[in-house]
Design a binder for this molecule. Structure first.
Ligand SMILES: [Zn+2]
Length: 328
């Protein structure tokens, strides 16, 4: 039995037809973890859907009304890049409930993984990039309202910048601040760190600079990575971002958005990470959280490998990495 919970529901499946987003990945990840004896069926617990009031902690009443009544404009549906249906709304409400449950369980067990969620391109008033509602933001705001946490840190390692996250927890850019003196000296490629002020939620995004979204609202720390960056440079930047962030900010909860799309064979990404490098990324974040006694909740976000099996492996490895770190 795992030392933490996996949050899963068969209705995480997104009814979006033939789409680059592999809607079946959640079921496959669960099956792979059971087949490989990483997890048992009893390690998985099902969430309840978020309530409309939960969603309204982050999203505007007007946007929620449009989603509930099926009255998005053609432009709004195109911007979301997934076909609207009432079933799709239910799947996103369930994903948000899953992230709320993962956050609660993480406070009990040091860690918890939602085998779904991570819809970081959703803004308060609209959806974008396959994301309808921002499940992680909903989870944070819900736990803050219940006074279970007062602060949180989001570490977003999806290949695409967390624009919705940045907009929701708006940080103010600080362009004049110099790079921390600990910036790794080998980082000669055109990667750069941008810093902003944080409010009660500190946001970090490591992403490919020349990729969607074109407009990248400022996170508390943005790491703009050059095309093709490989494991060692990526891990050095992640390490640097985490230590810079944790010098400035002490979160009650760490929300790790573990996108599988920095993988070098991703169809929507242009970075050069290997499957082993992605697992080292997971281990680094879990080690930092464990060492500093910060509960960590995980969501999965994107993953569009040419072979679906690779996306499933990368996501399953995140559970294996957590098991290795949190078993002691
Ligand atoms: Zn992505």
């Amino acid at each position: 039995m795992l030392p933490f919970k996996l949050i899963y529901h068969e209705k995480y499946f997104l009814p979006i037809g033939n789409h680059v987003f592999p809607a079946d990945k959640y079921r496959r990840i669960r099956q792979k973890l059971i087949d490989a004896a990483v997890a048992e069926a009893s390690d998985f617990i099902p969430p309840q859907p978020a309530s409309d009031n939960d969603i309204l902690l982050v999203h505007t009443p007007e946007y929620v009304r449009k989603l509930k009544t099926g009255t998005l404009s053609v432009h709004e549906e195109l911007e979301m890049e997934i076909p609207y249906s009432a079933e799709l709304v239910a799947a996103f409400w369930l994903a948000a409930g899953g992230s709320m449950l993962a956050a609660r369980e993480a406070l009990n067990d040091r860690a918890a993984i939602n085998i779904g969620g991570g819809f970081h391109h959703a803004f308060p008033d609209h959806g974008e990039g396959f994301c309808m509602v921002h499940d992680v933001a909903v989870a944070i705001r819900r736990l803050q309202q219940e006074e279970k946490i007062s602060t949180a840190m989001i570490v977003d390692c999806d290949v695409h910048q967390g624009n919705g996250t940045a907009a929701i927890f708006a940080a103010t850019p600080m362009p004049s601040e110099p790079l921390p003196s600990s910036a790794p000296s080998m980082l000669k490629p055109a990667a750069r760190m941008r810093l902003g002020h944080a409010g009660d939620v500190f946001t970090i995004s490591l992403h490919q600079e020349k990729n969607y979204p074109a407009w990248k609202p400022p996170s508390s720390i943005d790491i703009d990575l050059p095309d093709g960056i490989t494991d060692d440079d990526y891990l050095a930047w992640l390490d640097n971002a985490l230590s810079s962030a944790l010098r400035r900010f002490k979160p009650d909860l760490l929300c790790y958005i573990a996108g599988a799309d920095p993988f070098r064979e991703d169809q929507l990404g242009g970075l050069g990470l290997t499957i082993a490098g992605l697992m080292k990324r997971d281990e680094l974040i879990f080690q930092v959280a464990k060492t500093r006694a910060i509960p960590v909740m995980v969501t999965y976000a994107g993953g569009y490998a040419q072979r679906l099996e690779d996306t499933v492996t990368i996501h399953a490895n995140t559970v294996i990495a957590a098991k290795q770190v949190f078993s002691s």
